[in-house]
Design a protein around this ligand. Structure first.
Ligand code: ATP
Ligand code: MG
Length: 259
């Protein structure tokens, strides 16, 4: 088992404190979901774990089996087994999807131990078939002109090809049609197992109908304020966030759920 441990994490963006002491422990073999109103810092948490330079960690620790993740460069974090499926995947002109994936896989491997081309192609074909992606998605430039849903599906293709230890999936369900939601969920569920842990950031129960989380957390005002099981997500879907604010005596934010 591997442990991704986040303790007392404080993060600033351009001098403004967004995360105010996040505590979260994710083991492999577990699926965690994190929910919370818009603007409470969910994507900030994801970016800070991955090492986006704009997000400055001012206090706290992130460790992977005791190793300091915050000390690692972004590519080292990827090599250590952390993967981020982004809320807004970037388009990269001039690099085909397949070339990007092969480079990413080889970056995880030792020099001289690159994945053989035929093996790569076979695996790519297989994964694209599972995700019901058009063949031409492999040869098109990375995310360029991809529809919103195609970009999300492509993030899951990367996930299943790279097989990281931990995946943070930021609103992977947004923009997916009903069939795509099921297909993407299938892709994630196939990753489940001893060597895989996942943090799913989502606003809606519907994704969690297909991927049953072991733990559900609520983030508000830059902190994890409540944790529970799958039933917590169902309650949030029915009742929104007001009851938690009342329970915890949290003042309304300027950026709230309705904003
Ligand atoms: N690059 C940036 N510059 C300035 N402020 C930023 C930047 N990135 C994020 N923020 C601010 O940090 C706060 C948290 O943003 P974040 O994207 O983490 O929210 P979120 O919980 O993911 O929201 P959503 O549910 O809408 O995706 C927001 O108020 C946002 O405006
Ligand atoms: Mg977000």
């Amino acid at each position: 088992m591997t442990v991704l441990d986040i303790k007392g994490l404080h993060v600033e963006i351009e001098g403004k404190e967004i995360l105010k002491g996040v505590n979260l422990t994710i083991n492999t073999n577990e699926i965690h979901a994190i929910m919370g109103p818009n603007g409470t810092g969910k994507s900030t948490l994801a970016q800070a774990i991955m090492g986006h330079p704009k997000y400055e960690v001012t206090a706290g620790t992130v460790t992977l089996d005791g190793e300091d993740v915050l000390e690692m460069a972004v590519d080292e974090r990827a090599r250590a087994g952390i993967f981020l499926g982004m809320q807004y995947p970037s388009e990269i002109t001039g690099v085909t999807n397949a070339d990007f994936l092969r480079s990413a896989i080889n970056a995880q491997r030792e020099e001289g131990d690159e994945i053989p081309l035929m093996k790569f192609i076979r695996e790519l074909d297989k994964k694209m078939e599972i995700l019901e992606m058009d063949e031409d998605m492999a040869t098109r430039y990375l995310n360029e002109g991809f529809s919103g849903g195609e970009k999300k599906r492509n993030e899951i293709l990367q996930l299943t090809m790279l097989k990281p230890k931990f995946a943070i999936l930021d609103e992977i369900d947004s923009g997916l049609d009903i069939d795509a939601l099921k297909i993407v969920s299938k892709g994630i569920n196939e990753m489940r197992g001893e060597d895989f842990g996942c943090l799913i950031i989502t606003h809606y129960q519907r994704l969690l109908d297909y991927i049953t989380p072991d733990h559900v957390h609520v983030m508000m005002q830059g902190k994890v304020v409540k944790s529970g099981g799958a039933e917590l997500a169902r309650k949030l879907e029915e009742q929104g966030y007001d009851w938690i604010k009342e329970e915890l005596g949290i003042e309304d934010e300027t950026v709230g759920q309705e904003a």
